[in-house]
Write a new protein. Structure first.
Length: 304
């Protein structure tokens, strides 16, 4: 469950007015009815102390007039007996200044933070060999070797670079080096090739970040093309949560707003996050608006 928080002063004013009106009406029964030994000065309307009469009756609002007795500090104060207070269940609380908020309860779906996801594609055709990852869900660290690729195009590009180095032609050297970079060979691998001039039949591919492996369609020995996705690495230390907000609640949601999320299978645990993006269009069928929230997830308990 997701709860979005928003301060709402209009609601506070209405609520206070309603409670005040309600409490006044509860306290309007004639006080001091049993205290016949006290002198009645006059009778007033419960809602308008300026409306005075010299005998019991009804106020313009149809309410019983309240007696004002001699000795009262203020004639406009309405009092009730302790027995009535007890029967009504009245409780008192010290007034305090605090921040009020409006909650929107909704549901959402955890997804990878796309700014922390790496999609691994090859820039040349070839064969996957020596896969170190065996299945989705495995964790890798930045710099871990993921697999080797055998590609005749990569072998030819290395040969051209070594030939250019031998010739000493600066133009050829730069052109062949740029081709290696365009094919996905890292700067460190190019430096090693320049130093030892040993052509590698298989080029190793390394993880560009820490993460969990997903979208893993390849296996050892498979032939792959540049258009194919080899695997995806997702970092779960921060996640997105996509929530749906009803059309009538859209005006309550703002970017940067605080949000809380809880999981039914982890009772009592709350995650604090913020609204990061509000999508521009409503779902035509459900008339809901998608809202994207970001949550820090260091323990990785929020899972896509």
């Amino acid at each position: 469950m997701i709860k979005l928080q928003k301060t709402n002063f209009k609601q506070v004013i209405l609520s206070v007015f309603f409670v005040t009106t309600l409490n006044t009406s509860l306290f309007t029964p004639v006080a001091h009815a049993a205290e016949s030994d006290q002198e009645v000065l006059y009778w007033v309307a419960p809602m308008d102390p300026n409306y005075k009469r010299d005998k019991p009756g009804k106020s313009p609002m149809g309410m019983d007039l309240v007696a004002v007795y001699a000795g009262d500090d203020k004639g406009s104060v309405i009092t009730i007996s302790p027995e009535v207070v007890q029967n009504l269940g009245v409780r008192t609380e010290k007034a305090q200044r605090t921040r009020l908020w409006r909650g929107i309860d909704t549901v959402g779906y955890v997804n990878y933070d796309e700014s922390r996801v790496s999609h691994i594609h090859l820039r040349t055709s070839g064969w996957i060999e020596n896969l170190t990852v065996k299945s989705e869900g495995e964790r890798v660290k930045k710099g871990d070797r993921l697999f080797d690729i055998y590609s005749p195009e990569l072998v030819n590009a290395q040969e051209e670079f070594v030939t250019a180095l031998t010739s000493g032609n600066t133009g050829l050297i730069n052109a062949s080096k740029d081709r290696l970079s365009a094919l996905g060979i890292s700067n460190n691998q190019i430096k090693k090739l320049k130093k030892n001039k040993k052509i590698k039949q298989r080029i190793s591919i390394y993880a560009s970040q820490d993460g969990v492996v997903s979208d893993f369609p390849v296996r050892d020995g498979m032939y792959v093309k540049p258009s194919m996705k080899v695997m995806t690495l997702g970092d779960l230390s921060s996640v997105w949560l996509l929530a749906e907000v009803f059309e009538r609640q859209v005006q309550w949601v703002e970017v940067g707003q605080l949000a809380e999320v809880s999981l039914s299978f982890i009772p009592g645990k709350l995650w604090q996050g913020k609204v990061e993006y509000i999508y521009p269009s409503l779902d035509p069928k459900t008339r809901t608006l998608k809202v994207r929230l970001r949550f820090d997830n260091p323990e990785e308990r929020l899972k896509p």
